[in-house]
Design a protein around this ligand. Structure first.
Ligand code: PEP
Ligand code: MN
Length: 332
C-alpha cells in the first residue's frame, strides 16, 4: 500500500508513523508517502487522521505502477531529459569495456561528432569466465571521468558488486546495474541512497514482476530516478545470444511509469542484427537505446562479436532518425 500523508504531518510524525506500521517513507514531488507491502489492504485505524489518500495494490509493483502515477516519470541523464512527455529516445553509445585512454577517447570523439551526449563503458565487467578480461576497475573510471571533463559528456558505467558501488556513484552520472547484478541488494540499496539515475538491466532469467520489484528496492529507498533496460532473456534458441523481449517492453509500457531503454547489442550478440533490431525498438516509442560500438571491434576485449564499428554506429544513427520521427519521437 502507498499512503500519501496530509501536508500538515511533520517529519517527526512521519518517522513515528513509518516505524509504527513498518513502512518506508519517501518524499516525492513535494509530497510525503509511506509504503508498505501490498499485503496491507486497509489504512490502520491509528493513522487514519494523518492520511490524505491511499492506493491498494494486488502485488508489490507499487511506486513503479501506472496505478500510482499514470504519467511516465521524467529522468534526467546529464543534460537530457527522457520519459514524461519529452518523446526523447536517447542514444547511448560506447564500447563494452573501457580498455585504454586512446580507445575511450575515440569513442568520446565519435559521440561528440554525432551530437550525442552520453558515453557508456564498463570498468568492472561481470564476466562468465575468471580468465576473461575483467575490466580496468578504478583506472577505467578515472578515464571515463577524464572524458566527461574534456568532452562534456555524461558517463554511465556498471556496478558489478556492492564492494565498489561508492566508487561508481562518485565517478558516473548514471549507475548501470547489470543483468547479473540486478538481484544484488547491496547494490540496489546503495543506489537508493543517491539521487543519481539508476539504469537496471533485466536479468536473463528474470520475470517482468521480479524486474519491477528490483526497481521498487531503489524507489522505496528514496531514489525516484530509475530507468529499466530490456537486454534479452534466455530462451531455447541458441542461434542468437539472447532473445529481445519486445512483448515484455509492451507490458512494461502498459503497466509501469518508468522510462524504458532497450539494448539490442547484448540481446543479439552479433553486430549484423543490431541495426535492424534497433529500428524495431525505436518503432515502439522508447526512451532510449544502448548500443555498443568500438573503434575496432575485432580487437575488443569483451563482446567483440556484437560491437558496431564507428562507421556503422554513425550510419545507424541516421537510419534511426526517421523511424523515431514516424512514431513522434526524436533521437537525442
Ligand atoms: C554490458 O552492458 O556490457 C553488460 C555486461 O550487459 P548485461 O549486464 O546486460 O549482460
Ligand atoms: Mn557488453
Amino acid at each position: 500500500m502507498i499512503i500519501q500523508l496530509k501536508s500538515t504531518v511533520s517529519n517527526e510524525r512521519m518517522s513515528e508513523l513509518a516505524s509504527s506500521i513498518k513502512a518506508f517513507s519517501i518524499r516525492y514531488n513535494e509530497k510525503n508517502y509511506l509504503i508498505t507491502g501490498s499485503g496491507m489492504k486497509e489504512v490502520p485505524a491509528a493513522i487514519e487522521s494523518d492520511v490524505e489518500h491511499h492506493w491498494v495494490f494486488a502485488n508489490d509493483m507499487q511506486l513503479s505502477s501506472k496505478k500510482f502515477q499514470s504519467e511516465k516519470r521524467v529522468v534526467k541523464i546529464g543534460s537530457v531529459e527522457i520519459g514524461g512527455n519529452t518523446n526523447n529516445t536517447i542514444l547511448i553509445g560506447g564500447p563494452c569495456s573501457v580498455e585504454s585512454e586512446g580507445q575511450i577517447r575515440q569513442s568520446a570523439e565519435l559521440l561528440v561528432g554525432l551530437g550525442l551526449t552520453t558515453l557508456r563503458g564498463g570498468c568492472y565487467k561481470p564476466r562468465t569466465s575468471p580468465y576473461s578480461f575483467q575490466g580496468l576497475g578504478l583506472e577505467g573510471l578515472k578515464l571515463l571521468a577524464k572524458m566527461r571533463e574534456e568532452f562534456g559528456l555524461s558517463v554511465i558505467t556498471e556496478a558489478r558488486d556492492a564492494t565498489h558501488i561508492d566508487e561508481i556513484i562518485a565517478y558516473s552520472d548514471v549507475i548501470q546495474v547489470g543483468a547479473k547484478a540486478m538481484y544484488d541488494q547491496g547494490i540496489l540499496r546503495a543506489c537508493a541512497k543517491t539521487q543519481k539515475p539508476v539504469l537496471i538491466k533485466r536479468g536473463f532469467g528474470t520475470t517482468l514482476q521480479e524486474f519491477v520489484q528490483a526497481a521498487e528496492f531503489v524507489l522505496s529507498g528514496g531514489n525516484q530516478n530509475v530507468v529499466l533496460c530490456e537486454r534479452g532473456i534466455r530462451t531455447f534458441e541458441t542461434g542468437t545470444r539472447f532473445t529481445l523481449d519486445l512483448c515484455g517492453v509492451a507490458w512494461l509500457q502498459e503497466h509501469t511509469n518508468l522510462p524504458i531503454i532497450l539494448d539490442p547489442s547484448h540481446a543479439m550478440g552479433y553486430a549484423y542484427g543490431v541495426a535492424p533490431l534497433a529500428k524495431a525498438c525505436v518503432a515502439m516509442g522508447i526512451d532510449g537505446l544502448l548500443i555498443e560500438a568500438h573503434p575496432d571491434p575485432s580487437v575488443a576485449k569483451s563482446d567483440a562479436s556484437q560491437q558496431l564499428n564507428h562507421q556503422e554506429f554513425g550510419a545507424l544513427l541516421n537510419a534511426l532518425r526517421p523511424v523515431a520521427e514516424s512514431v513522434g519521437y526524436k533521437i537525442v
